[in-house]
Write a protein that binds this ligand. Structure first.
Ligand code: G16
Length: 556
């Protein structure tokens, strides 16, 4: 085997989105496509010397890993760690980068997007701090990809590189090690949480009229082996509490997006059995999660984030390791966490959508917990959102207080009032039509023409007080990110946000987010409470006129 230079030509569509490059599998299967993008990553200065490679196990994961490996060896990367079988959750990758003192990780995932031969694949790069590459990095990758003329690789795929067996080998100048990523992640969780307290949930203590039964739905994604290790081996839960736990290349035909529509199996289980008191669904790569209580009581991601922030003091070990300084949320996320921050006299930063924007705040110890409406909660222990971390905080709260999920949420509303929130997703719309619609809306909202306009919300007059397109200046590197969400704010505190998703692989997904607040009326249905606002959002955006759609594909 020898290192060779291979001629290539650029692809003009390798611009990373919200979280890496996401495309349909056949796009990645094109000759040179994976190699060009890998070379474009490896050319960003300072060039990485030590990398981790792995992915969420979806279709083409293993072939893409071999193509990436060949380019890394061709570029004489000094050390390459591969996850056993090539399977690595996103939070585990983030933890390993720091633990093994690597320069970064190349992670193959399209997260919550469907898999299979016609499904999605993605490649994202995480940096030395364990977090997703910031825009300054991904802009360089994109620029490199547009002018690439050749890449370094090896003339034959290394035959001795077998990801099924742990161990070390050397190919050309590259030292290679196949590692078990789960062990490090489990140890990290054990260093943060009181596993004895969590174990007590599986014992009938009388607090919950029987043992605290739970269902952990891994949705055929990467989390199965992690959940089995934690819930069955460490916490001594019954083996059937972890379901859909074998990573599958097409997620068994399931859309591995933990929401009320795609995690239907879990929702049905909890709706049908009063014996199950807690349910969680993870997404394909294990960073997102959805929490349900008894009777499929749904905890909105914004409430979950606020409750985690308000109860962080219960996680003794975490509190000792990472002092609680402040919080952050993405712009479209409900302001429930802002109220917790205000009560604790701590700052709450508001960033654009995308975990990469939390990195500098965490690195500079400005925040300890952050999260997003897209089912993401994370902390200072790694630089990715971490579904398991959030679940173990929830279980700590439950074990400590003896309260059910719904009681925890209702107590929170009593203390802070309720932030009603709903997100409408219009998936797979025509891209050009969406671009035109968003351009028109932007023009309307950036002029002041709607200020003072009145609409009726639950029978009361609400006045538009502010409109625009969210932009963000990073407190530390002073970078400015514009066009991060069109918004309409009302004098009552109600708000609408409009965005085009940055994680789709074809067409366009339009997201409309609505939130409103009530201090005392906390028991209304979000659908009723937000109906007038959402109706107005459809009129204002002229979504139907542009896209022909007026029914969301998913309501969260
Ligand atoms: C990624 C990002 C998140 C973001 C989400 C949704 O998550 O890491 O920060 O909130 O996409 O983005 P969009 O609304 O643009 O589709 P994941 O879990 O897909 O990697």
């Amino acid at each position: 085997m020898t290192i060779i230079t291979k001629q290539t030509s650029p692809f003009n569509d390798q611009k990373p989105g919200t979280s890496g490059l996401r495309k349909k599998v056949p796009v990645f299967q094109q000759d040179n496509y994976v190699e060009n993008f890998t070379q474009a990553i490896l050319q960003v200065e300072p060039k990485p010397r030590c990398l981790i490679v792995g992915g969420d196990g979806r279709y083409y994961n293993d072939e893409a890993i071999m193509r990436i490996a060949a380019v890394c060896i061709g570029n004489r990367v000094e050390k390459l760690y591969f996850a056993h079988e090539g399977i690595l959750s996103t939070p585990a990758a983030s933890a390993l980068i720091v633990k093994l003192d690597c320069d970064g990780a190349i992670i193959l995932t399209a997260s919550h997007n469907p898999g299979g031969p016609r499904g999605d694949l993605g490649i994202k790069y995480n940096c030395k701090n364990g977090g997703p590459a910031p825009e300054s990095f991904t802009d360089q990758v994109y620029a490199n990809s547009l002018k690439i003329t050749n890449y370094q690789t090896v003339d034959v795929v290394p035959e001795n590189l077998r990801l099924g067996k742990l161990g070390k080998l050397k190919i050309e100048q590259t030292e290679i090690e196949i590692i078990d990523p789960i062990e490090n992640y489990v140890q990290l969780m054990k260093s943060i949480f009181d596993f004895n307290l969590l174990r007590s949930l599986f014992v009938d203590t009388g607090s919950f009229e029987g043992p605290f039964n739970m269902v952990i739905d891994c949705m055929h994604g990467v989390m199965g082996p992690y959940a089995r290790r934690i819930f069955v081996d460490e916490l001594c839960g019954p083996s059937d509490c972890v379901v859909n736990a074998n990573p599958s290349i097409d997620f068994n035909g399931v859309h591995p997006d933990p929401n009320l529509v795609y995690a239907r199996e879990l929702v049905t289980k909890l709706s049908c059995s009063k014996l199950i008191k807690f349910g969680v669904a993870f997404d394909g790569d294990g960073d997102r999660h959805m929490i349900l209580g008894e009777g499929a009581f749904f905890v909105t991601p914004g409430d979950s984030l606020a409750i985690v922030a308000d109860n962080l003091h219960l996680v003794e070990k975490y509190k000792q390791l990472y002092s609680i300084c402040g919080f952050a949320r993405s712009f479209p996320t409900s302001p429930a966490i802002d109220r917790v921050a205000a009560k604790q006299n701590r700052p709450c930063y508001v960033t654009p959508t995308g975990w990469k924007f939390f990195g500098n705040l965490l690195d500079n110890e400005a925040i300890t917990v952050c999260g997003e409406e897209s089912f993401g909660v994370g902390g200072d222990h790694i630089r990715e959102k971490d579904g398991m971390f959030s679940v173990l905080i929830w279980l700590t709260i439950i074990a400590d207080t003896g309260l059910h999920v719904a009681q925890v949420v209702r107590n929170h509303w009593c203390k802070f009032g309720r932030d009603y929130f709903q997100r409408y997703d219009f998936e797979d719309c025509d891209l050009e039509a969406c671009n035109k619609m968003m351009a028109k809306l932007k023009q309307k909202l950036e002029s002041n023409e709607l200020i003072g306009h009145e609409i009726l919300v639950r029978g009361k007059v609400c006045t538009i007080s502010k409109t625009g397109d969210f932009s963000y200046e990073d407190k530390y590197d002073k970078s400015v990110t514009r066009n991060q969400g069109l918004f309409v704010e009302f004098n009552t505190g109600a708000r609408l946000v409009f965005r085009k998703s940055g994680t789709g692989s074809s067409g366009a997904t339009i997201r409309i987010y609505a939130n409103d607040f009530d201090l005392t009326n906390t028991s209304a249905s979000p659908t009723d409470f937000l109906a007038d606002l959402l109706k107005y959002s459809l009129q204002l955006s002229q979504l139907k006129e542009y896209t022909g759609r007026d029914e969301p594909t998913v309501i969260t």
